[in-house]
Design a protein around this ligand. Structure first.
Ligand code: SF4
Ligand code: SF4
Length: 218
């Protein structure tokens, strides 16, 4: 008999196909915000300064295919990376599944609508303060914000938004364009001490890597 259980509930991250892996990215864009690591504590702080390749409206990468070449500190996600990184947003599907949690109602795989991640206030749409090309690294500490590290109030309540149809999850072609979806094996940039208390731009960018996706498909 056919098992209708959605793939993310019956497979481990390692068991997913490349397409399934890529579809887990909800397109929020939070991981494409620059981050700072505090020198003394190692604590990570988000800023609202976005990667130069992030489209602030769609919240997708403008050049997903070449992102790792164009942005060397863009991190391609693999299942191993997901379990190791300590700065993925608490709303991130990869992080949630790695911790044994389920997807929220607004995840496109659950809602069937890529807009729900914006409707629910999860994505960075309308909240990006600046592009990194406009902000020198030593001024990033002026752009620290807390919201990317939090789950918005009410985000866990189903169907808050009018007109949101709830469907159950097929792996649509929700593109894995952007980061989330990318699984590469790029390493994060090494922290560079600055004059301030910040260790450095621990950047940002997590993508759901295709490299990893290939591995998964084996
Ligand atoms: S996927 Fe990588 S390169 Fe593309 S916008 Fe995000 S951080 Fe930048
Ligand atoms: S990989 Fe990035 S864009 Fe995709 S769900 Fe996670 S935080 Fe959001």
């Amino acid at each position: 008999m056919k098992d209708d259980t959605p793939f993310w509930k019956r497979k481990t991250l390692e068991q997913m196909t490349a397409r399934e892996w890529e579809s887990l990215c909800d397109g929020c864009g939070r991981c494409c915000l620059n981050k700072l690591e505090e020198e003394d504590t190692g604590r990570i702080f988000f800023t609202d300064v976005a990667c130069k390749l992030l489209n602030h409206d769609t919240c997708r990468c403008k050049d997903y295919r070449n992102r790792l070449k164009k942005v060397p500190d863009c991190v391609g996600l693999t299942p191993a990376e997901v379990r190791e990184l300590d700065w993925l947003p608490p709303t991130c599907a990869y992080d949630r599944l790695a911790k044994g949690k389920d997807l929220y109602w607004w995840h496109p795989l659950v809602s069937g609508d890529p807009e729900t991640v914006h409707i629910a206030g999860i994505s960075v749409r309308g909240r990006v303060g600046a592009c990194e090309s406009q902000v020198p690294d030593d001024q990033l500490d002026n752009w620290v914000v807390s919201w990317p590290g939090k789950v918005p109030r009410g985000a866990g309540k189903p169907a808050v938004a009018d007109g949101v149809k709830k469907r159950t999850g097929k792996v649509g072609a929700s593109d894995a364009k952007k980061r989330a979806g990318k699984v590469a094996v790029t390493k994060m940039q090494e922290p560079k001490p600055t004059a301030k208390a910040w260790l450095a731009v621990a950047t940002p960018k997590a993508t759901v890597p295709r490299t990893a996706a290939k591995r998964n498909s084996k």
